[in-house]
Design a protein around this ligand. Structure first.
Ligand SMILES: Cc1cc2nc3c(=O)[nH]c(=O)nc-3n(C[C@H](O)[C@H](O)[C@H](O)COP(=O)(O)OP(=O)(O)OC[C@H]3O[C@@H](n4cnc5c(N)ncnc54)[C@H](O)[C@@H]3O)c2cc1C
Length: 300
């Protein structure tokens, strides 16, 4: 079946968008902010939290970036007004990082400033490698301007990540640790599943040893178990870490972690620009071929 999944992944651009949309709907709250608010309230009823993401990335014009900023700003209002257990995640390229550093910085700073006034947090998602240094630069600059309510993401597939954690440790950042989703060259990124897993374990251990706050972002059972072992070994308080998962992925396991008293935050994307995010999620679904066949040949 793996060869079939790979074939489907390579030919995904040929799959009609209507089919992609149908089978990826579980990964997205909906097109509107109300959808993200509703999903967050449902999660809160289970004892969970969310981070809300306005879909959109790699924008090419300043107008698009400003529109994105406006949407993010409205998200902050909604989190504040509805008293949601939530914060904002932003993709720096959606706010103009691919256009101009200073322009993107001023957009992100405006959001971080507003979030700060509400007592809210902003996570800088990490995109592909041309933006790694620039994203850390934005984080450091915000910190140098006194903003503590901003956090970063470290990707376990990058060889540089251990060094990045050590270099950034003095800022005491909140770190979301994930495997990494973009296609990167073997010269800079580990390619095999087991190698990425091993590096993830090493980095998570390092984050705990350095006394930094980890957001353990994975659905991989091996890594969840590893994290739980460390948490038990060091007798960590539930406030010292959180798990993070993506909307629509391993919801049973998510609910089990919540029932067992762990803090867990779900990444809740919403918006009209759903295609890029959806295809990335589908490529990670071990049963992608089955889903596509079902969607193509069965109406429901
Ligand atoms: C909260 C959060 C934020 C993230 N932010 C970033 C970021 O800023 N930058 C970045 O590069 N990456 C980010 N990622 C994505 C991450 O890098 C991985 O690509 C993704 O989480 C899958 O890796 P995994 O650790 O779950 O392991 P995998 O080995 O991919 O998955 C483990 C198991 O989880 C299940 N699973 C995983 N994905 C799916 C799916 N789509 N559908 C159905 N089942 C699935 C399967 O059972 C699979 O065997 C984020 C992930 C999370 C959870």
């Amino acid at each position: 079946m793996e060869w079939l999944n790979q074939l489907i992944i390579r030919t995904m651009p040929l799959v009609p968008k209507s089919i992609i949309r149908k089978i990826s709907s579980r990964y997205i709250a909906g097109e509107t902010l109300e959808d993200a608010v509703r999903v967050t309230k449902d999660l809160m009823a289970l004892g969970g939290m969310s981070t809300i993401d306005v879909l959109g990335e790699f924008v090419t014009t300043k107008e698009m970036a400003l529109h994105e900023r406006q949407m993010c700003s409205i998200v902050l209002d909604a989190i504040n007004e509805n008293q949601l257990e939530s914060y904002l995640s932003v993709k720096p390229t959606s706010l103009g990082l691919g256009i101009d550093f200073d322009f993107a910085y001023s957009n992100i700073k405006m959001l971080v400033e507003k979030a700060n006034s509400f007592g809210l947090f902003v996570r800088l998602d990490m995109e592909n490698s041309p933006y790694t240094d620039k994203t850390f630069e934005i984080f450091k600059k915000l910190r140098s301007e006194g903003f503590q309510n901003v956090g970063i993401v470290i990707q376990a597939y990058l060889y540089r990540s251990e060094n990045d954690i050590r270099k950034l440790a003095s800022y005491k950042p909140s770190i979301r640790l994930c495997k990494g989703i973009y296609r990167e060259s073997p010269s800079i990124a580990i390619q095999d599943k087991e190698g990425i897993r091993n590096n993830y374990k090493k980095l998570l251990q390092l984050i705990f040893e350095l006394g930094l706050y980890p957001a353990i972002a994975t659905h991989d059972e091996v890594l969840i178990k590893f994290a739980l072992e460390i948490i038990q070994k060091y007798n960590l308080n539930r406030k010292d870490y959180e798990f993070q998962m993506l909307l629509g992925v391993r919801e049973d396991r998510r609910n089990e972690l919540l029932r067992n008293g762990h803090r867990l935050r779900v990444y809740v994307p919403f918006g009209k620009d759903w295609y890029g995010y959806s295809t990335r999620r589908l490529k990670e679904n071990p049963d992608i071929a089955g889903h596509i066949f079902k969607a193509l040949f069965f109406k429901n």
